[in-house]
Structure formats: structure tokens, C-alpha cells
Design a protein around this ligand. Sequence first.
Ligand SMILES: Nc1ncnc2c1ncn2[C@@H]1O[C@H](COP(=O)(O)OP(=O)(O)O)[C@@H](O)[C@H]1O
Ligand SMILES: [Mg+2]
Length: 244
Amino acid sequence: MIELRNVTLKYGEKIILDKVSIEVKDNTIKAILGPSGVGKSTILKLMLGLIKPNSGQVFVDGVDITNFKEPDLYPIRRKMGIVFQGNALFDSLTIGQNFSFFLRENLRLPEDEIERRVCEQIKFAGLEGYEDQLPESLSGGMRKRVAIGRALIFNPKMILFDEPTAGLDPVSSRKILNLITDLRNHNGLGAVFVTHIIDDVFAIADRVAVLYKGKFIFDDVTEKLHESDHPFIRSILSDKILEI
Ligand SMILES: Nc1ncnc2c1ncn2[C@@H]1O[C@H](COP(=O)(O)OP(=O)(O)O)[C@@H](O)[C@H]1O
Ligand SMILES: [Mg+2]
């Protein structure tokens, strides 16, 4: 479904990604694990076409989107919901308006269809009764659920999460991870999530790619991580802390 092929990405002279390749298949939960500042969020931006690689290609559903310009990227992005690390909710809009905003902006849907879809997602996210509240009045876990529900509004095939459990307490984290698993098991929705928390990877990821110093040093089914003899992976398995 999503593929980076031989992608190099530099910020100025600094090489962040050095000829990396990665594939995310439909209906799979794939984790991208790596320390802070390694380039995880950058990978999600490349997948969405928000930034362009210096070299290499980006494919979505077999289509090379590397050189797509903005309007052509809109339908591509609708195939992928995105949940940003800080949720990127509109603070001055109510929960209901946060859900309806992009529908109204992007699709010419009749008002009752917008209403129907918003209702469906509010229910799914367990936010009934909160439609008229502002994001600031909700807990961190609930705000994350708003961001997830909103990402589902265009019925994507895949959902991208940037550090989905960052800043959440253990119980809320667990709920969000369960939600990601439920979406895959019940709705057939694939997920890519980037994280620096190894326990989240073992909790839900089918496959994991480990990014370290500009390269993927591991990319396979999660269970095989234990078999890796790469020193960095050995150290994260014993310390559970990701530092370069
Ligand atoms: N727009 C930018 N301009 C310059 N440097 C950037 C920019 N965005 C990110 N970086 C740098 O690129 C590196 C990777 O960033 P990022 O993808 O956000 O890492 P991660 O998500 O793994 O923490 C970091 O060193 C960061 O400071
Ligand atoms: Mg990041």
C-alpha cells in the first residue's frame, strides 16, 4: 500500500534518511521504532507527500507520487488517515466541528450526509455527549480518540500515527493501542505507527522496522526482533530505552 524506495532525505546538509526502503502492506500494523530525532516523523511526512525526498521514490497503492503536486495529492492523502503527535485539533472548534471540518472543506456532501458520518465517528470514538465541547475540556486520551475518529472520516485504508501514546497515562495508552488493534481486526484498517516505546511495539505491531542513524537496521515480523544481534537492538531489548 505504501512504499518508500531508496529514499534519501536531507535537511540542509544533514542526511536524515540514507537510501532507505520500507513497505507497509494493507491490513497490517507496522511499527517504525527509533530514538528521538532519528527521522520517524519525517518518514510519515514523506508517505503523505508533505515533503519530497532528495532522491528515491514514494509509492501509494502502486502509484509513484514522488512528483505529485498539491491538488493531485488530495485524493492520495484521503486513503491515509493521519493522527499527529499533538493531535492537531482545532482548539476553537467543538468536537463535532472538528469532525465535520474536513468533510465540509474537501467533499461536496449534502449536510445530512455530513451529519450522518460525523455521528458515526463520534459514536465509534466513544464521544457521544461531547459533541458541543471544546477539545481543552477533554482528557488527553479522549483528545487522542477525537484525532483518531477525525482521521477515519474519509474511510481511509490505512492510518498513520505519530507517537500515538506519547504523553498518555498507562491506562489511556492501553486503550489507544487496543483501538488501533480493533480497527485492524474489525475494520480491516492497516496502521503505521512511529514510536520510541518498545513495549507499544510488542503490544500490537505485526511487523517492525528499526531506524537508526539514517538506516533501517531491522525490518521483519516483531517476534524476530529478539533474534537480532545488532548491538543497538540488543541494547534496547535489555534497557528498553532508546538513546543514540
Ligand atoms: N523542517 C526541518 N528543518 C531542519 N531540520 C529538521 C526539520 N524537521 C526535522 N528536522 C531535524 O531532522 C531530524 C529528524 O526529525 P524527526 O523526523 O522529527 O525525528 P523524530 O520524529 O524521529 O523525532 C531531527 O534532528 C530534527 O531536528
Ligand atoms: Mg517525531
